[in-house]
Design a protein around this ligand. Sequence first.
Ligand code: COA
Length: 267
Amino acid sequence: MTVADHEWLAGLPARPAWEVQAIVVDASGLDADGCHDRLLGLLDDQERARAGSFRFAADRTGFVVSHAIFRIVVARALGIMPQNVAFTAAPRWGHPPRLAEHPDRLPALSLSHAGPYVAAAIGKRDPVGIDVECRGSLAAWEDVARVILSASERLHVTSLQHAAVRRDAVLRYWTAKEAALKALGRGLEISPDKAVVRLSPSGSPIAVTVTLGGMQVEFDLCLFDPVGPLAAVASVACTRYQALRLACVRAVTLLAAMDGRNGWPAV
Ligand SMILES: CC(C)(COP(=O)(O)OP(=O)(O)OC[C@H]1O[C@@H](n2cnc3c(N)ncnc32)[C@H](O)[C@@H]1OP(=O)(O)O)[C@@H](O)C(=O)NCCC(=O)NCCS
């Protein structure tokens, strides 16, 4: 590097370490029954009431695990303890989680859970949406394709040769669209065919454009396989050119990290 280069670089504004953080946590190794009370203890009254409203124990446990993990991830990013994260009381279900002490609603948060996976995203500057889905979860994928895909997406899927590849492509479209619709805070209130996925020349989904009442909202997309190519697929949607930090961790590691500290370092 020449001196001139060095000076030029020094003149650049400092790049933040991250503007969007997305973490997929694999809770499959977690003894959910063994640590149920402990995880429940991290939740607030509102979350406990929701947990108590599930009819089936498996759904209740899934809720407790995913919301406790979500708290841990958000707490870690904020540099506070999980019990101290204060979420707003959602006016009704079907809303993204929000922090109570930020009237401007930033940082923006997004949560997704599927099978043993919990995905959390935090946007420091702008809204963010995350979705995780288990591979093989779309049994009726041809019906789903008919409802969620735009005309060009349908053409792309039908051009693929093998049924397994077509099914995988539909799942990828699904997570991409859901992440973008969650970033808008609307979810499936908006028909997924209004969210059109743009592919790179090599066929990877890279952006989503949502058309709403004649206006277009564009999101950058990061679609990835968080736990190897066969288990799950996840998408993060955020506004353009943000520094994204991605991580995939096991729940047991996350809990051990929480146990080993008196407080979280601000990230
Ligand atoms: C958000 C939505 C797409 C979730 O789909 P999903 O694949 O079943 O679930 P995921 O695990 O990926 O995401 C669930 C989380 O998304 C978040 N979420 C809920 N509604 C959201 C919205 N409108 N925008 C962004 N995030 C939302 C919540 O944190 C929720 O977790 P929780 O229910 O445990 O609190 C779907 O529930 C939805 O569109 N809801 C809004 C519309 C609605 O309420 N319709 C009425 C019922 S048909």
